[in-house]
Design a protein around this ligand. Structure first.
Ligand code: ATP
Length: 218
């Protein structure tokens, strides 16, 4: 589950952002909406412990992020947070399989090749394991990045604009898959987007509009 309280963030040379309190149950789905620049990526980074709040607290699956040192937070994130960024950040120097192996190093765990193969196969991209990222279609690359994000069975899965460059059919498939894998991990799912199609696909999600004012709880 995710709980935020009194969250604010000020970029050194940027705006002060204030976020409403959020409480999302384990296994819940949150749709984070708002116009460009409203703070969606910032909120995701705060919840993932990539940014430290200027004020307020974040708790994820019972872990208060403020209680962790930076090193401990990085290790915690590698094990507990699945992050599907808008730019996938797959290394072109490495095969798909080696890209996924990096997740084990970040988590301080021995590489588990069988787990990598299992997750790639589950997401329907088992056959691309030896390719370089540039040899993948956009949809395949996204599945590979999703595979990377769920290798550790994370407690929360955060997706930043997962449908941005997809046509209607691919967008619906991508959301369906996100929901399916989050459910299989028992993870809470957060989808940040300004794509109106997502609202229909995730009809039962709790909606947090960054430019509205009511409290958010589910
Ligand atoms: N590194 C930074 N330094 C200064 N200001 C920043 C920085 N990153 C973001 N901002 C500002 O903070 C605000 C929130 O940005 P953020 O990227 O979180 O919005 P967003 O809703 O994710 O936008 P988009 O939908 O365009 O990705 C914006 O006004 C942005 O210009």
């Amino acid at each position: 589950m995710i709980r935020t309280h009194g969250l604010r963030y000020k970029y050194p040379a940027g705006p002060q952002l204030a976020f409403r309190d959020v409480e999302l149950a384990r296994g819940g789905v949150l749709l984070l909406q708002g116009r460009s620049g409203s703070g969606k990526s910032t909120w995701l980074s705060l919840v993932a412990g990539l940014l430290t709040p200027t004020q307020g607290d974040v708790e994820v699956a019972g872990q208060a992020l403020a209680a962790l040192s930076r090193g401990a937070r990085d290790a915690w994130r590698a094990r507990s947070v699945g992050f599907l960024p808008q730019k996938l950040h797959l290394s072109e120097a490495l095969t798909v399989r080696a890209n996924l192996a990096l997740a084990f190093y970040a988590a301080g765990l021995p590489e588990d090749g069988a787990r990598i193969d299992e997750v790639l196969a589950r997401l329907g991209v088992g056959e691309v394991a030896r390719r370089k990222p540039s040899q993948l279609s956009g949809g395949q690359a996204q599945r590979v990045a999703l595979a990377r994000s769920i290798l550790m069975n994370p407690r929360v899965l955060l997706a930043d604009e997962p449908t941005a460059s997809l046509d209607d059919e691919a967008a619906a498939a991508s959301l369906e898959l996100l929901r399916e894998v989050a459910q299989a991990c028992g993870a809470s799912l957060v989808v940040a987007t300004h794509d109106v199609r997502v609202r229909n696909a995730l009809a039962d999600a709790v909606v947090y509009r960054l430019d509205a004012t009511e409290p958010v709880a589910a």
